[in-house]
Design a protein around this ligand. Sequence first.
Ligand SMILES: Cc1cc2nc3c(=O)[nH]c(=O)nc-3n(C[C@H](O)[C@H](O)[C@H](O)COP(=O)(O)OP(=O)(O)OC[C@H]3O[C@@H](n4cnc5c(N)ncnc54)[C@H](O)[C@@H]3O)c2cc1C
Ligand code: SF4
Length: 277
Amino acid sequence: KNPYLSPFNEMQRFKTHPAIKAYLEGGRRVAYGARALVEGGFQSQPKLTFPGGVLIGDTAGFLNVPKIKGNHMAMKSGMLAAEALAPFLQAGGEARECVAYQTGYENSWAYKELYKVRNIRPGFNWGLLFGIIHAGFQTIGGWMLPYTLKNHADYKQLNKAKDSVKIDYPKPDGVLTFDRLTSVQLSNTMHEEDQPSHLKLKDPSIPVSVNLPEWAEPAQRYCPAAVYEIVEEMGAKKFVINAQNCVHCKTCDIKDPSQNIDWTVPQGGGGPNYPNM
Ligand SMILES: Cc1cc2nc3c(=O)[nH]c(=O)nc-3n(C[C@H](O)[C@H](O)[C@H](O)COP(=O)(O)OP(=O)(O)OC[C@H]3O[C@@H](n4cnc5c(N)ncnc54)[C@H](O)[C@@H]3O)c2cc1C
Ligand code: SF4
């Protein structure tokens, strides 16, 4: 909620807690990456089929959110899609939408698994203590009760800068804590040079005219790769996008309070390369 919060710097601070530091001391930074979780779950899933295509895996919200497990669901949804598509294609005909995939999913263990955990994540919207108690209740059978909590849109959650406390993060020591730019180097992020920015602004004036006065332009802090900067040029504020650093976490597309940033696929299959993660 605090627009001054930097998830990257919170992580650095977390590492300095004595209980965590003890495990990290003497270690070496070997890799870096970031990715937003697809947290919507069961009640945020879209219709899975459309003429000429189907949605599987994370793109259709198949993540089991409380467990942060999605590989098995991505595989299962792919299998269900294949099982529906094979007879659909063999039959030929005029139909363009493979609706049998949706039915197959609704009759599968994957559907039941997501249904059972649907209320756990939104339960935390009422606070940590309630969330933990409610999660326990849901797990021991509360999921059978006929209610489904709603999710909230992340981009609507930020408080205004004038109502928020600024956070001063300590400088990185280069041993236990690090800065974003040297961390991004370890993500092996590559983008073809001279391509148009894959981070599109619907209205280029909004970062400086709206986001800066209202939320101190939070993109400067929530982006884990320091892609977004506000700089001053000849006395005027300017929003700079260092698109080549983008590690494809998709946070900006989700979190921008004005919903002005559109993450698109870069040319040439560029992006981070996580060989050890
Ligand atoms: C921090 C974190 C920890 C996790 N831990 C676990 C765990 O321990 N166990 C577990 O089971 N799950 C875990 N998950 C979830 C799991 O990673 C995902 O649910 C799973 O990877 C989803 O698989 P997917 O194939 O649907 O999507 P992805 O793995 O995201 O694959 C989609 C691929 O498509 C590519 N792509 C996107 N657009 C295009 C395009 N236009 N053209 C070509 N390629 C494109 C992307 O680069 C990407 O490689 C974790 C997730 C996160 C973020
Ligand atoms: S630009 Fe957006 S998608 Fe890329 S690293 Fe920053 S927040 Fe993530």
